[in-house]
Design a binder for this molecule. Structure first.
Ligand code: PGA
Length: 219
């Protein structure tokens, strides 16, 4: 999938009601057309479909990503959402976020199956790695480097180190590389390095639409 760089990904995790998400979209949506890169929003799975319809009918330049996907295709898997069930609503899917690895015991095999399922359904995985040695499944094109020590801690990695890690990741394949972990409106710009760091993945600083728009503006 070809997308305009940089990518700015807003990961809402298990935050926001539909009303709050809807308000966020109404604030960010109309401004998105002025951004030359790509804005990707990751709502809770509960609202993926409604968010996608709202964006489509308003004509906003925002892509929707799921925060996760089942490792299984459709079948007897209670509670799961298969890639083929949301392929019409999302363009991307986060896979391998450290919160999934830690809290839900997702291992390399499960994550490779998820990436494969996403690809087969035409959904582009944004595969999260915690370091330069984290295995990257076949077919993955977008990699997000997110060191655990930086996620939600207010303690981001240094732009210099992120650049080093991004170069190592890029030496292994033709990857688009993002950085995530305590990205704020003050430090966001320092992480974007055309040709090396192609975008950012933002958790808590993406929740407030004004703060998020400020980040987009600085980039
Ligand atoms: P943070 O989260 O921006 O709140 O550190 C980033 C992430 O979990 O992807």
């Amino acid at each position: 999938m070809l997308q305009n760089l940089p990518l700015i990904v807003a990961n809402f995790k298990a935050n926001k009601t539909w009303d709050e998400l809807s308000q966020w979209l109404e604030k960010v949506g109309p401004q998105a057309k002025d951004f030359l890169g790509t804005i990707i929003v990751c709502p809770s799975m509960a609202y993926v479909s409604e968010a996608s319809q709202k964006i489509k009918s308003a004509g906003w330049q925002i892509k929707v990503a799921a925060q996760d996907i089942s490792r299984f295709e459709q079948g007897s898997y209670t509670g799961e959402v298969a890639a083929s069930q949301i392929k019409d609503q999302v363009s991307y899917c986060l896979i391998g976020h450290s919160e999934r690895r830690q809290n839900f015991g997702e291992d390399d095999n499960a994550l490779a199956a998820k990436a494969q399922n996403a690809k087969s359904a035409g959904i582009e995985p944004i595969f999260c790695v915690q370091g330069q040695n984290t295995p990257i499944p076949r077919g993955v094109q977008i990699v997000a480097y997110e060191p655990v020590s930086a996620i939600g801690t207010g303690n981001p990695d240094s732009p210099e180190n992120v650049q080093k890690v991004a170069q190592i990741i890029k030496s292994k394949g033709d990857f688009t590389v993002l950085y995530g972990g305590s990205v704020t409106r003050d430090n966001a710009k320092s992480f974007i390095k055309p040709g090396t760091i192609d975008g950012i993945l933002i958790g808590s600083s993406s929740l407030d639409p004004q703060t998020f728009l400020k980040i987009v503006e600085t980039i």
